[in-house]
Design a protein around this ligand. Structure first.
Ligand SMILES: [Zn+2]
Length: 192
């Protein structure tokens, strides 16, 4: 009987958080991620904000508050993904964007996407890994901005291992980034 009780306790331990995430939330937001691109030129924006690990580039009509939030969310996602989940950190980019910090560009138009992460290897790059940069749209609200940035940061971490499987493995990059973002924020957002 004692062992049965323990089994029920263990099952409850694992089940209740899942119900909390997937069952009890009737306000699930849907996000569409079409985020993996490659070899795009970087935007040239007027302003920037720097934190320990990020340089967030922005210009009007994006607000400084929006950019600061993006920087804060990026630091939080990086800490959770690299220090708690032990992903490799996004590789330094050799001074592109003005220094070695990871560059995030906030744009008015992203072709219908919320965020995009671009592998940034130059031609004849010999390594499996690459540095990268992120673009996000400037109209995200609260959890959508957090989740989009956590998702894109994971792509940047993925590229610390390999970017060379994009042709056939996009589904795997996307599924993993979506799952990791949910781990970071304990939110469930559906992928359309
Ligand atoms: Zn993605």
């Amino acid at each position: 009987m004692k062992s049965l009780f323990c089994l029920i306790c263990i099952c409850s331990f694992f089940t209740l958080p899942l119900l909390d995430i997937y069952g009890a939330d009737s306000s699930i937001t849907c996000i569409k991620f079409e985020t993996l691109g490659r070899l795009e030129p970087r935007p040239d924006l007027e302003n920037y904000i720097e934190t320990n690990n990020f340089k967030v580039h922005w210009e009007s009509p994006t607000t400084q508050t929006y950019a600061q939030n993006a920087a804060n969310y990026a630091e939080y996602a990086r800490d959770q993904e690299c220090n708690q989940l032990h992903w490799r950190v996004p590789p330094a980019d050799g001074g592109r964007g003005g220094n070695d910090k990871y560059d995030i560009y906030i744009l008015n138009d992203l072709n219908g996407n919320r965020g995009q992460t671009f592998p940034d290897a130059e031609q004849n790059w010999q390594y499996e890994w690459t540095h990268s940069f992120i673009e996000i749209i400037n109209t995200l609200i609260d959890d959508d901005e957090k989740m989009t940035i956590a998702h894109e940061i994971n792509h940047a971490c993925q590229f610390a291992y390999s970017y060379k499987d994009l042709e056939d493995g996009t589904w795997f990059y996307e599924n993993t980034a979506t799952w990791v973002a949910e781990e970071v924020y304990n939110l469930c957002l559906s992928v359309l």
